[in-house]
Design a protein around this ligand. Structure first.
Ligand SMILES: [Zn+2]
Length: 483
């Protein structure tokens, strides 16, 4: 008997036969989705094979990216192979396949209280209990059916003492790097992975809520009918399954370490620049936002005067993803309706600008020179296009003109320095230029476009006010079209 990952062909065969028989259509996610997840490295479709190579059972596992949390997506022993403890062997072999501290999560239908229908449900829960699962204190409901959430969390007693020492050493002022060095010096063994302890491993321990006996859950959620589970990016609050893992350290010790780490983070304030760094401003108190990333990679931006960081501002954090999405929407609207939205503003500014410049002879002269250079540029391009100028001569001339234009524009900017209207018109022209050169339709967040277009974003509870370079404003609601 051996357990191994199914090839795409084997999975297809299993899906079309045994899995389709065992699960109602609404509960079985599409084969395409399984294969897509497998390609992303987050899905292990395992099969237990008998001596003759026949399939005895299947267990399909959905892995969280950090590898330490695994959801038992489907467990299936085909009818006719259900005796002889195949299910238990399948489950045990699957659990043993992963590192000892992996947390497995699963679901099993909850008893309804009606003895007539509870028999099978209780047998199934009993099966999980015999195989080491803990039933957690909350249920979920789907299609009117309640499910018990069950969990296997490996315990690693020989490591427990080291873990306690690490937490205490950190509170005593040791840095993660020096703790790692000390562990190397003492020859603390590693279960798996490279045999040298590094700072990152220590930081990972210090942040691991599992050691206080809790497991962060709800990394996936269900979107309703048809049954699709997707990664939870914060749409639902993540919450803790308490006491699902034997506590190695006390909650109090864990909390103190978290507080200390948060303090250090603020005082060391790493100078990493994110696209939204220094761009978000609180609509309530005017403070800037800082970024907070969770271990699974989702990030929020928080007003630096927010209550939880010791201030008094009630403005709630915004999800980075929501800001990106709002930017994409805003960009697409601007790009599509630029003539209606931006053009009139620029026309007005230019009219004002002309009125002001009429009284400035130096400016008139430069403007004339710019117009001439631009026209020459156009003529040369035309000559080149009709084959009257050869490529090299043309390129040299165009380069010279370009340099001249750059100089003239710089001169003009210097003259304009004290002229707000012209400067704004110039920035707005640049903004429109950026729009023209940008893609017709933006599908995903573009850091460069964002930096060129957006000066600031004012955050209010339900909307983002984008202040564009050039003094133009566009307000986007948060979450438009999502709820
Ligand atoms: Zn604020």
């Amino acid at each position: 008997m051996h357990l191994s990952v199914m090839s795409p062909e084997e999975l297809k065969k299993a899906y079309e036969t045994d899995l389709t028989e065992a699960f109602p259509p609404a509960e079985l996610k599409p084969l395409k989705a399984m294969e897509a997840m497998r390609r992303r490295g987050t899905y292990d479709p395992l099969c237990l094979y008998g001596e003759a190579g026949e399939a005895l059972g299947y267990i399909l596992l959905w892995k969280h990216e950090d590898g330490r949390y695994i959801l038992i997506d489907y467990l299936c022993v085909p009818a006719g192979k259900r005796n002889g403890g195949t299910g238990g062997k399948l489950l045990q072999m699957a659990l043993a396949r992963y590192p000892a501290d992996t947390v497995f999560i699963g679901e099993s239908e909850a008893p309804s209280g009606d003895p007539a229908s509870d028999g099978l449900i209780l047998r199934r829960l009993g099966f999980y209990a015999r195989n080491g699962a803990a039933t957690l204190g909350y249920d979920s409901a789907l299609f009117g059916v309640r499910f018990k959430t069950i969990c296997w969390a490996g315990s690693i007693p020989e490591e427990a003492e080291v873990i306690r020492w690490v937490f205490r050493a950190y509170l005593n002022g040791c840095s993660p790097a020096s703790i790692a060095a000390e562990m190397n010096r003492r020859g603390v063994p590693k279960k798996y992975g490279p045999s040298v302890w590094k700072k990152t491993a220590v930081v990972y321990w210090l942040k691991n809520e599992k050691y206080a006996g809790n497991t962060l859950c709800q990394k996936t959620f269900k979107t309703g009918f048809p049954y699709v589970a997707v990664k939870n990016n914060g749409e639902l609050d993540q919450f803790y399954i308490e006491n699902c893992h034997p506590a190695i350290i006390s909650q109090e010790l864990f909390d103190r370490v978290q507080a200390r780490m948060a303090q250090r983070k603020v005082s060391q304030s790493e100078p990493i620049q994110y696209p939204l760094s220094k761009k978000l401003v609180c609509g309530n108190c005017g403070a800037t936002f800082y970024r907070n990333a969770s271990r699974c990679g989702t990030a929020t931006w928080i007003c630096s005067e927010h209550k939880d960081s010791g201030g008094s501002c009630p403005t709630m954090p915004v999800w980075e993803r929501d800001v990106y999405t709002a930017f994409i929407r805003m960009y697409n609207k601007l790009r599509l309706h630029e003539g209606v939205i931006l053009r009139p503003a620029l026309d007005q500014m230019e009219a004002l600008e002309t009125a002001i410049q009429r009284e400035n002879p130096a400016m008139l002269e430069i403007n004339r020179a710019i117009a001439q250079a631009t026209e020459q540029n156009y003529k040369i391009s035309k000559l080149r296009a009709s084959g009257l100028l050869d490529a090299d001569a043309c390129a040299a001339k165009l380069a010279a003109l370009d340099a001249q234009l750059t100089q003239l524009r710089a001169k003009r900017r210097r003259l304009l320095r004290n002229d707000d209207i012209s400067e704004m018109a110039e920035t707005l022209r640049q903004t429109m230029d950026t729009l023209h050169q940008g893609p017709e339709r933006l599908e995903e967040f573009d850091e460069a476009l964002f930096a060129e277009l957006v000066e600031k974003i004012v955050v209010s509870p339900t909307a983002l006010r984008f202040l564009l370079n050039g003094g133009f404003e566009v307000t986007e609601r948060l979450w438009e079209g999502e709820r």
